[in-house]
Ligand binder design. Structure first.
Ligand code: FNR
Length: 178
């Protein structure tokens, strides 16, 4: 199974990048994750939606070929970061390559809400007609890594056992879902 990973942060020591890397490594016997560099995408321009720049065309082809998406989002001001919204806006226009794709949303924040509000927004965005993704339903499946600074060690490993064990359960459900 081939998944494309999107991270909504370009920060060097991003907890969300750590979370995505953790998923890619821990479940490598179940799926392969290719992380897309959404920081290389230009700002969305509707004038170019039907003939987008090369970086966007490559990104859209990767999404089209994928069996599903893993999206690791920070929460910025109670929503998704602009970099992630920009990538999703490109996917939603011209050839709608994300339609029907299974998606797992995960997120890490330094606060006590663990990206909950951003994830609610992201579900709504992914339900729009241009994207129309199949997001793993939220009941019991919300991967919200709260107080992230205490859950990862210096080398970026997720070290909180209850969190790891919960993620194991959700990943098994996502693999069946895909
Ligand atoms: C934040 N942060 C934050 N946290 C949160 O729980 N709710 C929020 O609304 C926000 N808003 C917010 C806005 C902006 C502009 C920044 C830079 C940060 C804190 C955020 O959770 C923290 O910086 C994470 O570490 C960001 O994720 P990465 O970069 O570690 O993946």
């Amino acid at each position: 199974m081939k998944l494309v990973g999107l991270v909504g942060s370009v920060r060097k020591n991003s907890y969300n990048a750590m979370l995505l890397n953790f998923l890619a490594k821990r479940y490598e016997d179940q799926f392969e994750v290719a992380v897309a560099d959404i920081s290389a995408l230009p700002f969305f321009n509707q004038d170019e939606e039907n003939a987008p720049p090369a970086a966007v065309q490559d990104f859209k082809k990767n999404i089209l070929d994928a069996d599903g998406l893993l999206i690791a989002t920070p929460e910025y001001n109670w929503s998704v970061p602009g970099i992630l919204k920009n990538a999703l806006d490109w996917l939603s226009r011209g050839e709608r390559v994300a339609v029907g794709k299974p998606v797992l949303i995960v997120g890490a924040s330094t606060g006590m809400m663990g990206t909950l509000r951003a994830q609610v927004h992201l579900r709504q965005i992914l339900s729009s007609p241009g994207l129309d993704c199949r997001v793993l339903p939220p009941g019991g499946n919300e991967i919200l890594v709260t107080f992230a600074a205490s859950k990862f060690d210096e080398s970026g490993q997720l070290i909180d056992e209850p969190t790891v064990s919960f993620i194991d359960t959700v990943i098994q459900k996502f693999v069946r879902f895909v």
